[in-house]
Design a protein. Structure first.
Length: 356
């Protein structure tokens, strides 16, 4: 497609019906600010088109514009026109992926305005990932919510998590099956993979849509030992979850907040996924010398950027392993230097690529 200026007509180049493409192009292109593509390894594609409309900027919730002549935004004549144009756009996308040699693709289109949204078919995709333990996991990934952008690399991260979950469970004493508390569970990406390695799992997520997606993903994958609790991780009471043996955290880029860190520090076994090596180093430092990193993995989840995904299994140090010379401080310093070096390297690489 090509266009000139913000409100110019859009046209599709090289189609067999140029007049028809120009008609839907005018509708699809009017006010368009961005197009986001969400594809999966299983052959699904969702395109989200984001729009700017001046009249919506000061509109209060529940108010309508004069051109919204239906009972709702979705039933207005302008919305029906957009949905019809989106159908033509979807047909063109099918032609494109077929020309690229992809058959049987599932394609959906979503339009977004301020406080307005239109959906052609579905507002999600389903991803399929095969793990080393033989399982084929299915994930629903809703539009507008976080999902991992690199599924090929994510498979390696999930395999690592499953292996470390198994190792963490071996250290549990006095219980037949270990229990897991997962904080920041999102749509259940890690939850679904790890759940079979525990007797009981409680997954915590504050976002309503992600919590609902997590419940649906657990159901689709026939996981029955897990419950999803919608709450902030910092609001969790340490006493309420004293029966859990392992805690799993996958915090935002800034790392753990102080309250969540205090809760995590009460566990003997910690699984930590971090998209910021510096935040991980800070949280390890806050945990103190009473903990040690027993496994560390680095995943290039975001190629050609300054970001790296780090995964660590951390455990409380046992008094009986201490000897005359305490190696823990030296090992901790070495681990900190490794994480700081990773952060510094990616920062340098980002500046270098920007200069180009």
């Amino acid at each position: 497609m090509q266009h000139d200026k913000d409100d110019a007509e859009w046209e599709c180049i090289g189609t067999s019906e140029p007049s028809k493409s120009a008609d839907w192009g005018k509708v699809i292109g009017h006010g368009l600010r961005s197009a986001q593509f969400h594809s999966t390894l299983s052959g699904e594609l969702m395109v989200c088109l984001a729009y700017y409309k001046e009249g919506l900027q000061c509109l209060k919730r529940g108010e309508t514009l004069p051109d919204e002549d239906g009972e709702s935004f979705a039933s207005s004549s302008s919305s029906k026109m957009w949905l019809a144009a989106a159908e033509d756009f979807k047909a063109l996308l099918h032609q494109g992926v077929a020309a690229a040699g992809v058959s049987g693709a599932v394609i959906d289109v979503v339009g977004r305005w301020k406080r307005r949204r239109l959906v052609l078919s579905r507002d999600f995709v389903k991803e399929s990932l095969e793990l080393e333990d033989g399982r084929k996991l299915i994930y629903k990934q809703p539009e507008g919510q976080f999902s991992n952008p690199n599924p090929s690399c994510e498979i390696h991260c999930l395999n690592w998590l499953c292996q470390e979950a198994k190792e963490a469970g071996k250290t549990v004493r006095g219980r037949k099956s270990p229990a897991l508390l997962e904080l920041h569970c999102g749509g259940g990406n890690n939850t679904v993979a790890m759940a079979p390695y525990f007797g009981e799992v409680t997954a915590v997520e504050i976002n309503r849509q992600l919590a609902e997606a997590a419940e649906e993903n657990l159901s689709m994958n026939q996981i029955k030992n897990t419950s999803v609790k919608r709450a902030a991780s910092a609001d969790m009471s340490a006493a309420a979850f004293a029966e859990y043996d392992v805690v799993m955290v996958d915090p935002p880029r800034v790392g753990l907040d102080a309250d969540t860190r205090d809760l995590v520090a009460k566990f003997d076994q910690i699984l930590y996924i971090s998209c910021n090596p510096l935040a991980l180093a800070h949280d390890l430092d806050c945990l103190g010398t009473g903990f040690e990193v027993v496994s560390l993995a680095i995943f290039d989840m975001f190629p050609y950027t300054s970001h790296a995904e780090c995964a660590a299994r951390i455990r409380r140090r046992r008094a009986e392993v201490r000897v005359a010379f305490d190696w823990a401080p030296a090992l901790r310093r070495a681990m900190m230097l490794v994480l700081l070096a990773i952060g510094a390297f990616y920062g340098w690489w980002k500046k270098r690529t920007r200069r180009r």
